[in-house]
Design a protein around this ligand. Structure first.
Ligand SMILES: [Zn+2]
Ligand SMILES: [Zn+2]
Length: 347
């Protein structure tokens, strides 16, 4: 049996380079030689805590779910891709049979097998066998690194869809990490009017401006953040709010940054329940809250937006490491709070 290299988390904060057999193909699967992988916040949580909420690692796992690669072999039922195709991988396999899958909300499938989430191995290994309906052909001019950035971009596109964002509206985006910056690009592509980016990190705010924010606010430097946002939005607050931090304080604060009747989308993930929310204020002002988990049917659209230059997500790529130094890449992502946004591993 042919072997490949895989980085396996074998204990908390431990990544070990191991040899494993190259996966066998099922009929509908293609063998993808992984070429680039972005490190996600969730990968870092799994490595450090061995759990996210109820999802707990009970045995060693290969992390990673933001990836692109090259098709090197196909199963007999594969029709959508061929050997040599460069592809972006949608990382969740839904059952296709449950009430959620059948109604198009396959992101809620209870039997979802998600790359790098226990018990399914992820893409921090040289080869992955994956169903062909979850492989999307990349345009020739797109790099593997750009391909690996698409997964977090689809989260932003899904958030805009669910919030029913409308052309020319104002938006406030709290948090300018990968998801915040992706949301700013999605808003720009959707024809937003004013896009206000809020963060405490000057480097990230600079990046937000490069990626399409019309205004930036360093919330560590202002006394009255809601007042600042209102001053930029006719004294009313933004029409849409997007929370991209996953902090109790920013969750709570969102209502104060938007106008009455506005829609707030909560995209950051809080580590546990029990946080306060200003629900009396929100009810009296008819604030609508949306949440978003992953995506449905949006990878093809993301590729189109990037191919035709409607959006450019490349600037979020801040650090790159070779596959042989994946442990160093994780270390950089987890410790560099200054200018690390998306850390990429190249195979
Ligand atoms: Zn991710
Ligand atoms: Zn299902």
């Amino acid at each position: 049996m042919e072997k490949m290299k895989a980085w396996v988390t074998t204990a908390k904060d431990v990544l070990e380079l191991q040899e494993r057999p190259i996966p066998e193909l099922k009929g509908n699967e293609a063998l993808v030689r992984i070429r680039a992988m972005g490190i996600c916040g969730s990968d870092q949580h799994y490595l450090h805590d061995w759990k996210i909420g109820d999802l707990v690692l009970t045995e060693p796992l290969v992390l990673g779910h933001e990836c692109s690669g090259e098709v090197v072999k196909v199963g007999p039922e594969v029709t959508r891709v061929k050997v040599g195709d460069r592809v972006v991988v949608e990382p969740g396999i839904a059952c296709g049979k449950c009430v959620y899958c059948k109604s198009g909300k396959y992101n809620l499938c209870p039997d979802m097998q998600f790359m790098g989430q226990p018990p399914t191995d992820g893409c921090l290994q040289e080869y992955v066998a994956w169903p062909d309906d979850l492989l999307f052909k990349m345009p020739d001019d797109m790099t593997y690194q750009q391909g690996a950035l698409i997964e977090p971009f689809t989260v932003a596109l899904q958030a805009l869809r669910l919030s029913q964002f409308s052309f020319s509206s104002s938006a406030v985006v709290v948090g300018a990490g990968t998801i915040g910056l992706m949301t700013i690009q999605a808003l720009k592509a959707a024809g937003a009017g004013r896009i206000i980016s809020v963060d405490v990190n000057p480097f990230k705010l600079e990046m937000a401006r490069k990626m399409g924010a019309t205004d930036t606010i360093n919330s560590a430097e202002v006394q009255d953040l809601p007042g600042c946002v209102r001053a930029m939005t006719d004294g009313l607050g933004a029409m849409y709010g997007y929370e991209c931090c996953g902090l109790e304080s920013t969750y709570y604060e969102m209502a104060s940054l938007v106008r009455d009747g506005a829609t707030v989308t909560l995209m950051g993930l809080l580590p546990e329940d029990g946080n306060k929310m200003p629900m009396t204020n929100s009810v009296l002002r008819e604030i609508k809250y949306h949440t978003v988990i992953r995506y449905t049917n949006v990878f093809a659209e993301a590729l189109t937006l990037l191919h035709y230059g409607r959006a450019d997500i490349t600037p979020v790529l801040s650090h790159q490491f070779p596959f042989s130094q994946a442990d160093k890449a994780f270390h950089e992502a987890m410790t560099n709070k200054k200018d690390a946004i998306k850390v990429m591993i190249n195979f």
